[in-house]
Design a protein around this ligand. Structure first.
Ligand code: ZN
Ligand code: ZN
Length: 172
């Protein structure tokens, strides 16, 4: 077993050497990389440069990995990949409320909140297995992408789909 918090990076050497930089290549599981219909599968890959700047440590690069999505119309699982750019300051000084920076904590920076912020914001809230997914028949549950069951339901407005499903789970 590896240490649970290995996104906690010792930056003491960087802090001692103005102008220095260090490459960080990491692959670590991060909890909470999920929204209702999408989550990161496995450990995201971090390819980052840590640079000592006047205000602290600047982290830039990309976070990438695999996604598992659930189509909001037919509930089919879909696999995808993601890659998000990051460029964030970890400040050594006082952080004022509203400053969009992360703290340097002693000799360490914790990349986990940064990864979570960057990745979760980019997760799709309404994933589709394909742009023209026909969804499930509301009467018999048939996947209408695979076969036409012959039912002719009224058109469902997808904007109301989450509400409809909520009503279903509450037993109408
Ligand atoms: Zn679908
Ligand atoms: Zn049907």
């Amino acid at each position: 077993m590896r240490e649970a918090r290995s996104l906690l990076i010792d930056v003491s050497e960087l802090l001692r050497s103005p102008g220095s930089s260090r490459r960080l290549e990491l692959e670590e599981e991060v909890a909470g990389l999920a929204v209702p219909m999408a989550h990161v599968a496995g450990a995201p890959v971090l390819d980052l440069l840590a640079e000592r700047v006047v205000e602290g440590i600047l982290i830039s690069g990309t976070v990438s990995g695999a996604l598992e999505l659930e189509c909001i119309r037919c509930l089919t699982e879909v696999e995808d990949v993601f890659s998000v750019p990051v460029s964030e300051l970890f400040a050594t000084g006082e952080i004022a409320p509203g400053d969009e920076v992360y703290p340097v904590e002693g000799d360490h920076i914790d990349l986990e909140p940064m990864v979570r912020d960057a990745v979760v914001l980019g997760l799709p809230l309404n994933p589709l297995c394909r742009p023209d997914c026909k969804g499930l028949c509301p009467q018999c549950g048939q996947d209408l992408n695979e076969a036409d069951c012959g039912h002719r339901p009224e058109r469902i407005d997808v904007r109301w789909e989450p509400l409809r499903r909520l009503k279903e789970t509450m037993g109408e």
